[in-house]
Design a protein around this ligand. Structure first.
Ligand SMILES: O=C(O)C(=O)C[C@H](O)C(=O)CO
Ligand SMILES: [Zn+2]
Length: 282
């Protein structure tokens, strides 16, 4: 079993605004999260959010000592909580002896203190793909499954502005208590391509987006940066991008797609956003 761990340092906008496309990609994107039989993780210095993908095939994958060593504790969730959403086939997560069966789009929250975590796929030909986020925690809240039906469904946008979409809040204070973590899934309606427009900022929370269900011959142009100095990144399916606190995070696809957003930081108020008037974007 292989676990690949990268570190992503926090960057000031004065540095990012001089970066080439390649440098922006290396600094803000996580290009590979899902590889058969592997765990890929990025330990970010944005609110210490850990972003990872686990794709078990024939054998279980476990969160082991290497990830714990990265965060400097005896086991990963000694002082952390974890949320995940399965974007692949049926699978299960076994956490301290409790088995959580997870279908496509089912989520799971594991509270601080859970020691042993293993990931399995029901069918190695159609493996589960667990998209994982973990943030520092100060209290232990109960672990539980959050299905798409448990999530809060919001209808946003309009077909006329090409941004009609459903936003599902999975890990949210109205669904379950967590320390910092917020997590959800947004799916664009067929023919709609713009997410998160008008764009917004929230200096007090970092955010990460995992784009998926992008057709093979399509891509998403993700916009980042200060509103008056934006840059773009081209993302393919199952790639993630980090959004620093000073950055907008929005995008448009050459086809419809879905994405998982997650946040950690000073508050859990999803609606605490500073909207940027469209006319101010540059
Ligand atoms: O479609 C959207 O709009 C989003 O999904 C927005 C994200 O959830 C977000 O940026 C929350 O701060
Ligand atoms: Zn946001």
């Amino acid at each position: 079993m292989t676990t690949t761990i990268q570190t992503r340092h926090a960057v000031h906008y004065t540095q990012s605004e001089t970066m080439t496309s390649a440098e922006l990609r290396d600094t803000f994107m996580i290009e590979t999260l899902f590889a058969a039989g592997e765990i890929h993780a990025a330990y970010t210095h944005y609110d210490r959010m850990l972003v990872a993908g686990a794709m078990p095939t024939t054998a279980p994958l476990t969160i082991g000592a290497d990830l714990a060593k990265t965060v400097g504790t005896d086991y990963l969730l000694e002082r952390r909580e974890l949320g995940l959403i399965n974007i692949g086939g049926k699978g299960k997560v076994v956490a301290d002896g409790t088995t959580y069966a997870l279908d496509f789009q089912d989520g799971l929250y594991l509270g601080m203190g859970v020691r042993e975590i293993a990931f399995e796929s029901e069918d190695s030909a159609n493996p589960a793909k667990f998209y994982i986020n973990s943030a520092p925690a100060h209290a232990s809240f109960p672990s539980r499954i959050v299905t798409k039906a448990d999530a809060i469904e919001n209808h946003l946008g309009d077909q006329l502005t090409c941004n009609k979409r459903k936003l599902y809040q999975y890990i949210h204070p109205k669904v379950l208590p967590t320390c910092q973590l917020l997590m959800g899934l947004t799916r664009l309606e067929p023919g709609s391509v713009w997410n998160t427009m008008p764009a917004h900022l929230h200096d007090r929370r970092m955010e990460a987006y995992l784009y998926f269900e992008i057709p093979e011959d399509a891509f998403v142009v993700h916009l980042m940066g200060r509103p008056q100095a934006t840059s773009h990144l081209i993302l393919r399916s199952e790639q993630a991008v980090l959004s620093p606190p000073w950055s907008i995070h929005c995008g448009s696809g050459t086809a419809s797609y879905a994405f998982i957003w997650s946040m950690a930081g000073d508050n859990q108020s999803f609606t605490d956003m500073d909207f940027v008037p469209m006319k101010d974007l540059k």
